[in-house]
Every structure is written in structure tokens, then in C-alpha cells.
Design a protein around this ligand. Structure first.
Ligand SMILES: [Mg+2]
Length: 291
């Protein structure tokens, strides 16, 4: 495999996933992944543009950013592409009134949205609110519509918290798609529109950016479909079987913090992007910089 310098030539910006790359969530809180706070700080000191690109849908954008700031990250709301604000724009533009199957932690994002007499369903990672009653209500709303509209905030299969792997919204979306014979519209990764809006915020073309994430399909596959390069971290939801995924192959695999062998084995041992750029060597995943 080519050395880092070759693989990342021309990169001018980095998109960072949050959960599983910067931190592992826990009930109402979270724990930074080793090296990630320093890595973000280094990237921001470099010439690279940095944007955070998340599918987080249990916390409002404000709560998520406050938590990350408390954990020590240099991050502000304006630097984050998140699915709830994007969904609200779509609802307003299309005059949609959703039945909200969402987590209470994100409900405030929809304060300005008319939810009377629903003509669509919005589903997100609702956690404990994924009851039979609530799923069936969503099913009933969709089945009563002539043209059912199901909007999903992300479509992940699972994610990782400190307590272990957690079932994500994608499994519930699939259930509704199957029962209603429809296909959901995804707002979030891996939707190309979502990556494009993040790139637009950065003022970069797809070939000038690299995505770093822990989800081989949602982060790596989605970004590559959009024309970006993509690296997978060995933290968060990463599983060794991801390296043999039948459809998606990461442009690089970032080792865990302190995993020198991983650097040698997977990164060609080039400690630099080749152009005095910060090198995401150990992010918790993006740390280790030659600048
Ligand atoms: Mg993630």
C-alpha cells in the first residue's frame, strides 16, 4: 500500500466523525478516546481545515458541543454538521409535519416544527423510546398517508458506548421500511448530500478532503461514494472484520494510540502526510504530528 504522503497528497481538510473517534458516549456523558483531544488541537493548529461530521441524534447540537468542550475539545457549534438542524430545514422547505420518533434529548431541536396532524415520520436514535407502542404509531402514520415519507437521522447499524455496542436507528428504520414497503430518506451519513454540505461549509472539493471515522459503511463508504478519501480508526465500533468488508475498503487504517506496530503495518511508517501536515496517527485517533 502506498505511503501516507502519496495516499493523502493534496488533502486540505479533514472531516472528523465524533462518536467512536473523539469519544465514547456513556449515559449522559462520555469519555475521550486516548489522544483525541490533543489530536484535534494539533489539526486545528495545522494548515488543514477541520470540520466535525456526526450522525448524533440523542443529544441536541448544543448539548453535544457543551459535552465535548467539557471533555477538553476545541469545538464550537458552527464547526459541526449534524442531522437535526438539516432535517428541520427539509421539513420547513417541504411543509412536512412530522410524527417524531426521537430521543427526548433532541426534542428541543424541533421546537419550531409543526407536529399537528402528521404527514410524515421522522425517526432518530430514540433509545428507550423505541417501544412497540411508538414504533406502531409511526407505522400507522405512514400507512395512512398516500405518499408515505419516512425521514431518518442517519441509518447506522450500531455504535459503541462505554457499556458496549448499542443498536442504532438503522435497525428500526429497516423494520418500518419492510412493514410499509417504502424506503427512508436519510439525512446524515452516508448520504452524499450530507457530505457535500459539510464540504461546502469547508469550501473544499471532495478530492481535497479526507474523512476519518469508525464506521466502515457510514463514514468510509459514504465519504468515498462522494469522491473523498476515507480513513478508518481502530476505536469506537471498529471491528477486525471491517478490514474484509465485501464492498468498502478504507484508504488507510489508523492504529490505536501507542500501536506502533499498526503504524508500521498499515500506514507504511510515513509519520507525515508528506507536506508538513498533521498526521492522524493515533487518534484516539488523530494525534502525532510532525509539524
Ligand atoms: Mg462514529
Amino acid at each position: 500500500m502506498a505511503a501516507w504522503g502519496q495516499r493523502l497528497a493534496g488533502v486540505r481538510g479533514v472531516l472528523l466523525d465524533i462518536s467512536g473517534v473523539l469519544f465514547d458516549g456513556a449515559e449522559g456523558s462520555g469519555v475521550p478516546i486516548a489522544g483525541s483531544v490533543e489530536a484535534v488541537a494539533r489539526l486545528k493548529r495545522s494548515r488543514l481545515k477541520v470540520r466535525f461530521c456526526t450522525n448524533e441524534s440523542q443529544k441536541s447540537l448544543g448539548d453535544l458541543v457543551r459535552l465535548l468542550q467539557q471533555l477538553g475539545f476545541d469545538i464550537s457549534e458552527g464547526e459541526v454538521t449534524a442531522p437535526a438542524p438539516a432535517t428541520c430545514l427539509i421539513l420547513k422547505e417541504r411543509g412536512l409535519r412530522p410524527y417524531l420518533l426521537i430521543h427526548d434529548g433532541i426534542r428541543s431541536e424541533f421546537d419550531q416544527i409543526d407536529t399537528s396532524n402528521p404527514n410524515c415520520v421522522v425517526i432518530a436514535d430514540a433509545g428507550e423510546s423505541f417501544s412497540y407502542q411508538n414504533m406502531n404509531k409511526a407505522f400507522q402514520v405512514l400507512m395512512e398517508l398516500e405518499n408515505p415519507v419516512l425521514i431518518s437521522l442517519g441509518k447506522g447499524r450500531y455504535y459503541k458506548e462505554t457499556s458496549g455496542l448499542m443498536l442504532d436507528v438503522g435497525a428500526y428504520v429497516k423494520a418500518l421500511e419492510y412493514a410499509c414497503g417504502i424506503e427512508a430518506e436519510v439525512v446524515g451519513k452516508p448520504s452524499p448530500e450530507y457530505f457535500k454540505s459539510a464540504l461546502q461549509e469547508m469550501g473544499l472539493e471532495a478530492h481535497q478532503a479526507v474523512m476519518i471515522g469508525d464506521d466502515i459503511v457510514g463514514d468510509v463508504g459514504g465519504a468515498q461514494q462522494c469522491g473523498m478519501r476515507a480513513l478508518q480508526v481502530r476505536t469506537g465500533k471498529f471491528r477486525p472484520s471491517d478490514e474484509h468488508h465485501p464492498e468498502v475498503k478504507a484508504d488507510g487504517l489508523l492504529p490505536m494510540s501507542g500501536d506502533r506496530e499498526g503504524v508500521q503495518g498499515t500506514a507504511g511508517a510515513d509519520p507525515c502526510f508528506g507536506q508538513r501536515m498533521c498526521h492522524p496517527r493515533a487518534v484516539g485517533s488523530v494525534s502525532g504530528c510532525c509539524c
